[in-house]
Design a binder for this molecule. Structure first.
Ligand code: G3P
Length: 217
């Protein structure tokens, strides 16, 4: 399972990359705004230079023709940029054309398994089902991952499941158990995957025992 960071903050990406477990980055217009980005092109280039993995950059356009122009431009910024396309009819049309042009895509705002099926049929490289936002409205978000996994396996779709809107480590665990190809998460969640009280306690004990053995008389 690959780990992507869901952020537009360069410092977070640098720190996660230094941990050695970062496989890519996802952004969206809200994350770019939160990071105070003014020059989107320069910022996407900067992110793409921090990781060799895929970097999702989302289109702002909502018509087929405009999305294609924007997608080609975004992908021209760096070879590892994946174009994020919203799941709307014009977006689905754009997925097919971009696939034919060899531009990788991430179909975002997926909330039903049939949306994911359509995006896969249209040739999306990734689909991004949003778990946390489904949980927020009283649904069981992980069920969406389970159903998409089954559908993709039933028909041999190569489209990858990029589980998004993950809010805590348990979401990451559930996604791993259900076979999501990628989990994208905020840096705060990635950091939460590391500590365990028994790891810390065990290490303290090992070090204390070593010190006792080597203590000068
Ligand atoms: O990048 C898409 C997704 O991860 C957004 O998450 O927390 O805004 O629902 P969230």
């Amino acid at each position: 399972m690959r780990f992507f960071l869901d952020t537009a903050l360069l410092a977070e990406i640098e720190e996660a990359a230094a941990l050695g477990v970062l496989d890519g980055v996802t952004t969206n217009p809200s994350l770019m705004a939160k990071a105070g980005v003014q020059d989107f092109d320069a910022h996407y280039k900067a992110i793409a230079a921090l990781t060799p993995g895929p970097v999702s950059a989302e289109v702002i356009s909502t018509t087929y023709a405009d999305m294609l122009v924007e997608a080609r431009h975004l992908h021209s910024l760096a070879p590892n940029i994946v174009v994020k396309i919203p799941f709307i009819p014009d977006g689905v049309k754009a997925l097919r054309t971009l696939k034919e042009e060899g531009i990788p895509t991430n179909c975002t705002l997926i909330f039903s398994p049939l949306q994911a099926l359509i995006a896969a049929k249209a040739g999306a490289t990734y689909v991004s089902p949003f778990l946390g936002r489904l949980d927020d409205i009283g649904h069981e978000g992980i069920e969406l991952i389970r159903q998409i996994r089954q559908i993709f396996d039933n028909y041999g779709f190569g489209t990858q499941i990029l589980a998004a809107s993950l809010r805590h480590p348990y979401h990451v665990l559930l996604c791993a158990l259900e076979g999501a190809d990628v989990a994208t998460m905020p840096y705060s969640v990635l950091k939460q995957l590391f500590p365990h009280p028994l790891t810390e306690k065990g290490l303290a004990q090992f070090l204390a025992d070593y010190q006792k053995l080597h203590a000068r008389p």
